[in-house]
Design a protein around this ligand. Structure first.
Ligand SMILES: [Zn+2]
Length: 151
């Protein structure tokens, strides 16, 4: 439910409604299971470890290390005009890995495996669910506007 071609995530406004509200403020909230302490990002209402539905939100810094990087030359439908583009997997400081686009603040030469990076949420649109992509930026980069937003 949190991946769509691995690039854009759709966040349903159901069990983790607050997550969408915080994302719109540029904040990355994960969840901590009250049953076993397992942490997840994005947040999950139902713990994948112990199946408890009791959880608390915790803010992720967005800091992490670039775990892998790849260039997408043959883009899926809807993203052809952006190809070729680069996406990477970021190992988040607080736990979890997130697939994200390579943002404009991070020059290709600095985007190497193991490099410290910052993940920033960028809201693309909102209907019944929030449409968000994460971009990999220089450490310290905060909330940014979507490069694909209209206007
Ligand atoms: Zn648990």
């Amino acid at each position: 439910m949190f991946s769509w071609f691995g690039m854009v995530s759709f966040v349903p406004y159901t069990k983790v409604h607050e997550f969408a509200v915080w994302l719109k403020e540029g904040r990355l909230m994960g969840s901590v299971c009250k049953g076993c302490g397992h942490t997840t990002f994005p947040p999950r209402a139902d713990c994948p470890e112990c199946l408890s539905a009791e959880f608390a939100y915790k803010e992720w810094s967005g800091r992490g290390k670039l775990y892998s990087l790849t260039t997408i030359a043959a883009a899926p439908t809807g993203f052809e005009e952006h190809a070729p583009y680069r996406i990477g997997l970021v190992e988040l400081e607080e736990g979890g890995r997130l697939l994200a686009w390579l943002g404009e603040s991070l020059p290709a030469a600095e985007a190497t495996v193991g490099a410290p990076v910052q993940v920033v949420p960028r809201i693309l649109g909102e209907r019944e669910e929030l449409r968000v992509l994460y971009s990999i930026e220089r450490p310290g980069t905060t909330w940014g506007r979507s490069p694909f937003a209209a206007g």
